[in-house]
Design a protein around this ligand. Structure first.
Ligand SMILES: [Zn+2]
Length: 107
């Protein structure tokens, strides 16, 4: 599975999921229910742990999904994709940290 969208507002994540569903792309939301897990346990900020992420089940369709979401959330992803300094993985502009190694998005 590949995360394609993240937003602190779970309503937007749910909307993104419905966009992918209507395109026949299977996806699921992770982090949706972590609010009850005691976010201070590991010293992370609540935001980091609780930001819902939309993940595409079929990795092969992740790019298609990301493109679809860019169309719908154009203004939110103006920054475009960024490359992680730690692991060289590309991340959607809406991600504040690397989906792979959790390194912070470069300024
Ligand atoms: Zn990384």
């Amino acid at each position: 599975m590949t995360p394609v969208f993240a937003d602190p507002d779970s309503t937007r994540v749910g909307f993104a999921k419905s966009i992918l569903e209507s395109a026949g792309i299977e996806s699921f939301v992770q982090n949706e229910n972590t609010r009850t897990l005691g976010p201070k346990m590991f010293g992370f900020s609540e935001t980091m742990l609780n930001e819902p992420q939309l993940c595409v089940v079929d990795d092969a369709r992740a790019e298609e999904a990301a493109a679809l979401l860019r169309e719908h959330f154009g203004s939110a992803s103006d920054a475009g994709e960024w490359i992680c300094a730690g692991c060289k993985e590309s991340n959607p502009g809406s991600f504040e940290e690397c989906w792979k190694c959790q390194a912070a998005k470069p300024e």
